[in-house]
Ligand binder design. Structure first.
Ligand SMILES: Cc1cc2nc3c(=O)[nH]c(=O)nc-3n(C[C@H](O)[C@H](O)[C@H](O)COP(=O)(O)O)c2cc1C
Length: 329
């Protein structure tokens, strides 16, 4: 396997609001050079009327990086696509899977699955705005509410593909738009991977990426045999060291795998830089607390880095204390 020949979407870390900010993505990039990273969802309104650098700035080492948009108005999506291109993103991803009530009030997210023609027009508007410069992709569910017919998601994909989308990231469960919190909507509607496999068979020229509930290598490898890529959310965040094996195992990259102690050294530098810019230490540290998860002393390491008093120490001193706590544990 040659990394240059694998699909760019072979392994992706999911967009996660409040989690996959730039600090988190930078940390993930230390663990995998090839995984495709996604921003948190940013709404078109926030981008067009808000603080663009705050929403869009990222570090060059985060590439390949996709910007996820929440919105439905084709003209607004087109304007945001131009911004994404100007900022240097590698992909624009449209969120058609978020079930939150706030998002539904804005008439985007998962409720867009009921309006495939509008999604097609939004995709076409973005493509008209930026041409083939970077791909426009869609992340969606397999259905909404109690619609469990395969034809529903098949027709959604078919219609949206007419707008020029060839990459579909499919969270393999329905979104129940009433009565479930977004968290429950990631757990309670049952997973149905077979439906995603069927999409791949029916749309062989499209890139189909499966998402939802993938938490171990056995499941990941089995899914990669069926679809073009797998997107992983919670497990990547909660057990980040998993990513450290991805380049060798799934991209055939023989370069040395990262070592936790080296990652710590990079984090010391990042923390010092963040601090010089006035960024609160926890903005960065909160994402790295699971670095040693599962190893002896991991809890003590985490405790040191979580302690608001110790967090005020010099970064090198803080990590040294954490290392000693872990080794004593
Ligand atoms: C804290 C959190 C925030 C999320 N925010 C987003 C988001 O902004 N956009 C999106 O498309 N999905 C979002 N999701 C859903 C994930 O992208 C993913 O589809 C879902 O967690 C299922 O994948 P997993 O089982 O691997 O976690 C979020 C999930 C979590 C846990």
């Amino acid at each position: 396997m040659n990394p240059a020949q694998t699909s760019p979407w072979r392994l992706c870390v999911a967009p996660m609001l409040d989690w996959t900010d730039r600090h988190c993505r930078r940390f993930h990039r230390y663990l995998s050079r090839h995984a495709r990273l996604y921003t948190e969802m940013v709404t078109t309104g926030a981008l067009l009327h808000g603080d663009q650098p705050r929403h869009l700035d990222f570090d060059a080492l985060e590439h390949p990086l996709a910007l996820q948009l929440g919105g439905s108005e084709p003209a607004d999506l087109a304007a945001c696509a131009r911004l994404a291109l100007r900022w240097g993103y590698d992909e624009i991803n449209l969120n058609c899977g978020c079930p939150s009530e706030r998002v539904q009030r804005g008439a985007f997210g998962a409720c867009l699955m009921a309006e495939p023609a509008l999604v097609r027009d939004g995709v076409a508007a973005m493509r008209d705005a930026i041409g083939d410069a970077i791909p426009v992709t869609v992340k969606h569910r397999i259905g909404i509410d109690r619609i469990e017919r395969y034809e529903f998601v098949r027709d959604f994909v078919g219609t949206v593909a007419e707008g020029g989308c060839t990459v579909f990231i499919v969270h393999a469960r329905n979104a129940w738009l009433q009565g479930l919190s977004p968290k429950d909507n990631r757990e309670i509607p049952p997973l149905n991977y077979a439906l995603v496999h069927r999409l791949k068979r029916d749309f062989p020229h499209c890139t189909i990426v499966l998402n939802g509930g993938v938490r171990d290598d056995a499941t990941l490898a089995a899914q990669l045999a069926e679809v073009d890529g797998v997107m992983i959310g919670r497990e990547a965040y909660q057990r980040p060291w998993w990513l450290a094996h991805w380049d060798a195992r799934y991209f055939g990259d023989a370069a040395a795998a990262p070592v936790r102690e080296d990652v710590e050294r990079l984090l010391v530098d990042d923390l010092a830089r963040a601090r010089a810019l006035g960024v609160a230490p926890q903005a960065l540290l909160r994402h790295v607390l699971n670095l040693w998860k599962g190893e002896p002393g991991a809890r003590l390491w985490r405790q040191v880095l979580s302690d608001p008093v110790r967090r005020t120490l010099e970064p090198a001193q803080l990590f040294e204390l954490a290392r000693r706590a872990r080794q004593a544990g």
